[in-house]
Design a protein around this ligand. Structure first.
Ligand code: NDP
Ligand code: MG
Ligand code: MG
Length: 336
C-alpha cells in the first residue's frame, strides 16, 4: 500500500523559513504561489521578459523578477513552466544563479527522469505534484480543503529533502487531502503511459473508431456523435464518482449485459499487447527521445497529425451540436 502523509506529518516551519521562487505563473504556478503565500511562505515569481503572465502575477500582488533574479534570491526553486522549456531554462537561467544549498523542486518528473535537467549532486531535488489542475488546487485551498499530491525525492543532499517537500505540499493544501509517496520514475512513467494508452490517446481513438463505424454503416453523424462522444461524459462521471459498479448499477440491464459481452472484444489481447509495447517505450526512454527530437525540429509530425485530427468529421458535427446545448459553455481551441 502507498505511504500517505497528512498535515500532521508535516512541519510547516521548514518551508516558512525558506524563500520560494515559483518559475512560471500558469495553471500550477498561480495556485502554488497563492497557496504558499496564504500559508505564510515568502514567494517570488520568476518569469521571462516577454511573458504574458507577468501582468497577472503583478496584479495578484506578487513580486515578479527575471528567472535569474528570482533564482538568486531563493532557497527553493519550483519549476512550473512547460516541461519542454525546462532543460534550457535550467541550463541558462537557473544553474549558474542557484544559491548554495537551494533546493530544486518539480511538479512532474519528465526532465529529471530522462536526464534533461542534470542537477548538481549536492542539491536537494524533490517533486510535489498536485493530482489536479491549478484552478482546483487554488479553489480547494481557499475552501479550506486540498487536492491530493504526490511527493518524491530524487536527491537528498541535506538529509531533509522529504521533510521540506512535505512542508511545501502541506503549504499548498495537499496535506489536507493526502500526500502520496512515489518516485520520479513512477510518476513520470505512469503519467506518460496513462495519457497515451488511456486518457488522451486511447479515449480519442476509441471515440473515433465508434463514430466512424456507425457513420460508415450509413447512420447520421449527429446520432453517432451523441452515442459515441457526448454520452461518454455521463458514463465517465458515474465511474469517477462510484466506480464501475456504480455506473453498471445506473445504466439499463441491456446496457450492462452488452458492456460485459462486448467490451473485451474491442479491448482484447492485441490492445493489451500494444499497451505493453507503449509502456516499454516509456520505460526505456524511446518515447522521451522521440518527443525531444520532435521539439528540436519544430514539431513537423505533430503539426501534421493535429491538422488531420482537426479535419475529422466528428469535430465539425460536434461544433454544430454543441450550439444546441445551452447548459454548456462550449469551447474552441485557438489556432496554432
Ligand atoms: P502552463 O503552461 O499553465 O504555465 C506555464 C507558465 O510558464 C506560464 O506562466 C508561462 O508564461 C511560463 N513560462 C513559459 N516559458 C517560460 C520560461 N522560459 N521561463 C519562465 N517561465 C516561462 O504550465 P502548467 O502549470 O500546466 O505546468 C507546469 C508544470 O506543472 C509542468 O511541469 C507540468 O507537467 C506540471 N503539472 C501540471 C498540471 C496541470 O494540471 N496543468 C498538473 C500537475 C503537474 P507565459 O505563457 O505568460 O509566457
Ligand atoms: Mg498525468
Ligand atoms: Mg502528463
Amino acid at each position: 500500500m502507498a505511504q500517505v502523509y497528512y498535515d500532521k506529518d508535516a512541519n510547516l516551519e521548514l518551508i516558512k523559513g525558506r524563500r520560494v521562487a515559483v518559475l512560471g505563473y500558469g495553471s500550477q504556478g498561480h495556485a502554488h504561489a497563492q497557496n504558499l503565500r496564504d500559508s505564510g511562505v515568502s514567494v517570488v515569481i520568476g518569469l521571462h521578459e516577454t511573458s504574458r503572465s507577468r501582468a497577472k502575477a503583478q496584479a495578484d500582488g506578487f513580486e515578479v523578477l527575471s528567472v535569474r533574479e528570482a533564482v538568486a534570491s531563493a532557497d527553493v526553486v519550483m519549476f512550473l513552466m512547460p516541461d519542454h522549456v525546462q532543460a534550457d531554462v535550467f541550463r541558462n537561467e537557473v544553474a549558474p544563479f542557484l544559491k548554495k544549498d537551494a533546493a530544486l523542486a518539480f511538479a512532474h518528473g519528465f526532465c529529471i527522469h530522462y536526464g534533461q535537467v542534470l542537477p548538481p549532486a549536492d542539491r536537494d531535488v524533490f517533486m510535489v505534484a498536485p493530482k489536479g489542475p491549478g484552478h482546483l488546487v487554488r479553489r480547494m485551498f481557499a475552501d479550506g480543503k486540498g487536492v491530493p499530491c504526490l511527493i518524491a525525492v530524487y536527491q537528498n543532499a541535506s538529509g531533509q529533502a522529504r521533510e521540506i517537500g512535505l512542508a511545501y505540499a502541506s503549504a499548498i493544501g495537499g496535506g489536507r487531502a493526502g500526500v502520496i509517496e512515489t518516485t520520479f520514475a513512477e510518476e513520470t512513467e505512469t503519467d506518460l503511459f496513462g495519457e497515451q494508452a488511456v486518457l488522451c490517446g486511447g479515449v480519442t481513438e476509441l471515440i473515433k473508431a465508434g463514430f466512424d463505424t456507425l457513420v460508415d454503416a450509413g447512420y447520421q453523424p449527429e446520432i453517432a456523435y451523441f452515442e459515441c462522444l457526448n454520452e461518454l461524459k455521463l458514463i465517465v462521471d458515474m465511474i469517477y464518482e462510484g466506480g464501475f459498479s456504480w455506473m453498471r448499477y445506473s445504466v439499463s440491464d441491456t446496457a450492462k449485459y452488452g458492456d460485459l459481452v462486448a467490451g473485451r472484444k474491442v479491448v482484447d489481447e492485441y490492445t493489451r499487447e500494444a499497451m505493453e509495447e507503449l509502456l516499454k517505450r516509456v520505460q526505456d526512454g524511446s518515447f522521451a527521445q522521440d518527443w525531444i527530437a520532435e521539439n528540436l525540429c519544430g514539431r513537423p509530425r505533430m503539426r501534421a497529425w493535429m491538422r488531420a485530427e482537426k479535419n475529422h468529421p466528428i469535430e465539425a458535427v460536434g461544433k454544430s451540436l454543441r450550439t444546441m446545448m445551452p447548459w454548456m459553455e462550449a469551447k474552441e481551441a485557438p489556432e496554432n
